[in-house]
Write a protein that binds this ligand. Sequence first.
Ligand SMILES: NC(=O)c1ccc[n+]([C@@H]2O[C@H](COP(=O)([O-])OP(=O)(O)OC[C@H]3O[C@@H](n4cnc5c(N)ncnc54)[C@H](O)[C@@H]3O)[C@@H](O)[C@H]2O)c1
Length: 309
Amino acid sequence: MKILITGGAGFIGSNLCERLLNLGHEVLCMDNFYTGSKANIEKFLGNTKFEVVRHDISEPFNIEADFIINLACPASVPYYQKDPLKTMKDNVYGIFNVMENVRRLNIPVLHTSTSEVYGSPSVHPQPETYNGNVNPTSIRSCYDEGKRAAETIMFDYHRQYGADIRVVRVFNTYGPNMLEDDGRVVSNFIVQALKGEDLTVYGDGKQTRSFCYISDLIDGIILFIDNKNDFTGPVNLGNNYEFTIIDFAKLVISLVGSKSKIKSVELPKDDPIRRNPDLTLAKNILGYNPKINIEEGLKKTIEYFERVI
Ligand SMILES: NC(=O)c1ccc[n+]([C@@H]2O[C@H](COP(=O)([O-])OP(=O)(O)OC[C@H]3O[C@@H](n4cnc5c(N)ncnc54)[C@H](O)[C@@H]3O)[C@@H](O)[C@H]2O)c1
């Protein structure tokens, strides 16, 4: 298949380009390089099955492909908050432009939504049937509500035009090719520990997160691409092993072998207290089962950051 990956030069996108090329697919990577990097895709440039085009999906485009995977949107808080109106356009104008190609070509599309659609959840762990608790006016809403609107638009294309849609709600994922300075907790802690700086924990660090290694997320995405059951999702993908942030910081320090200390800083506004995916649907429908434990995934990620910083 010829697969368009929007946001293909980013963290998830570049790992997905690699997996799909290894599976023998042709990959067209479309990116505006806002948070993506040329270094992430450099090694594919000699591959005749790989093409790259610089384009912003909030502007219309016409491509030829057999399948579209839409990842294009900055995922880290400082980047998506830098220009919140642009983030909303990436999500809303972007998904309209993607879906117009899907409709014209009559091809399937897989879209990466996010656990942020659950907001600050009152149900724990979060199943797909939980409709979330999102503040529409917060500084996080450009991303959270943008992603919710993108899901709505996809389901309306499905109901109105019969579009073949697949919606994944991605939970915290980490691994090689994350940006060093992108402000996400895993990259923050590893880079701080490698540099011997204090690890900055928001609040008392009792808030929880679950962390999924990139190869597990990609396994889930491939299972969903290959699924033949007219299953639209939304489906949660991630890892449901839950950590407090403070324990996670201690683990990173010990795996890096660092002398760093932990420093508490003010909890950002509307930061969710608990986050953990209910993976029952992903297991039952896709046969999804994340395999990489946190120590193994962190060691690979630490090796990556040791090389790049
Ligand atoms: N990594 C996670 O933990 C996580 C969690 C939930 C959801 N997601 C979603 O997965 C997708 C990929 O996330 P990621 O972690 O790889 O983030 P990332 O920031 O590394 O990658 C996003 C990519 O999209 C590109 N991009 C941004 N806006 C664009 C636009 N308007 N047009 C074209 N390209 C654009 C960026 O340059 C970058 O290459 C995002 O949609 C994100 O919301 C990721």
